[in-house]
Write a protein that binds this ligand. Structure first.
Ligand SMILES: N[C@@H](CCC(=O)N[C@@H](CS)C(=O)NCC(=O)O)C(=O)O
Length: 254
């Protein structure tokens, strides 16, 4: 099982005062490995986009010779993308994101409307890779993308980990929203791993830097039964990963 810091709390909404802080919307690795500290995290969605694995990556989940594939947003007036908005303060998170997303990842930042699961409409900053960036790979069929993901890894870990952790996050917190592209890729990648007798736990890595979330309603003092269920749920959330020796999580100390 992953070594995780205490789960971060998913709040229901952002208070009036907190709306003055910057909100950053996450829809890819930032959902499960933000790498920066935040005041609050709220589930929700942005409209007019679809999430596609059309962005290449040579700095985290691939190499120059074998670029991996990571998520970006493609404009689609009929679609919406589910993720999490983080309320951040000060410059630290922004300079970290600028380095991780823009310099290393080829993403640009833009503001758009975010619709929280509790019905708030807020302005968020998000990072999006457009076809103009040098790492852009664009559309390909699920089979081709799945083979590429299964075959690539980089300094931050295997491309399979990136896909599976994102699928686990969206399935856990948005069980009523079927992201066809994401879950078709997950199904295909798991089939390729099975056929080729690859070790999924090894591909998933040790979960260093990853965070687990817990809904606020779940965070109250709980009965022994709820604590047992919570621990079971944590295993289910990160069922693909091996037990790791206790390690201090590096990336939350930005
Ligand atoms: N901007 C998207 C995607 C960000 C993303 O996945 N960026 C990659 C490539 S630069 C990354 O940071 N990967 C870190 C990792 O794979 O551990 C998000 O909000 O999550």
């Amino acid at each position: 099982m992953d070594h995780m810091a205490e789960p971060a709390i998913l709040d229901d909404q952002v208070s009036e005062n907190e709306t003055k802080n910057l909100l950053v919307f996450a829809y890819g690795s930032l959902c499960w490995k933000p790498g920066f500290t935040f005041n609050k995290a709220v589930l929700g969605r942005v409209k007019g986009y679809k999430r596609m694995f059309w962005q290449g990556n040579t700095t985290h989940r691939g190499t120059e010779e074998k670029p991996g594939r990571v998520a970006t947003l493609i404009e689609d007036s009929e679609a919406e993308v589910y993720g999490v908005a983080y309320s951040v303060q000060g410059e630290t998170a922004l300079s970290y994101l600028s380095q991780r997303e823009c310099e290393q990842g080829g993403y640009i930042s833009k503001f758009t409307d975010f619709h929280s699961s509790s019905g708030q409409t807020l302005t968020v900053l998000l990072y999006i890779a457009t076809p103009k960036n040098p790492l852009w790979l664009g559309d390909a069929n699920v089979e081709e993308i799945a083979h590429q993901i299964t075959d690539c890894q980089g300094p931050s870990g295997h491309n399979v980990e990136y896909l599976i952790r994102l699928a686990n996050f969206t399935r856990k917190f948005f069980p009523h929203h079927y992201d066809h592209h994401l879950y078709s890729l997950e199904e295909k990648v798991l089939a390729i791993i099975e056929i080729n007798k690859l070790n999924l736990e090894k591909l998933m890595g040790f979960g260093e830097g990853c965070i687990a979330f817990r809904r606020k309603t779940d965070s109250r003092e709980s009965s022994p039964e709820t604590i047992r269920r919570r621990n079971e749920e944590r295993v289910e959330t990160f069922e693909h990963t091996a037990r790791v020796p206790g390690k201090k999580l590096r990336c939350l100390n930005i």
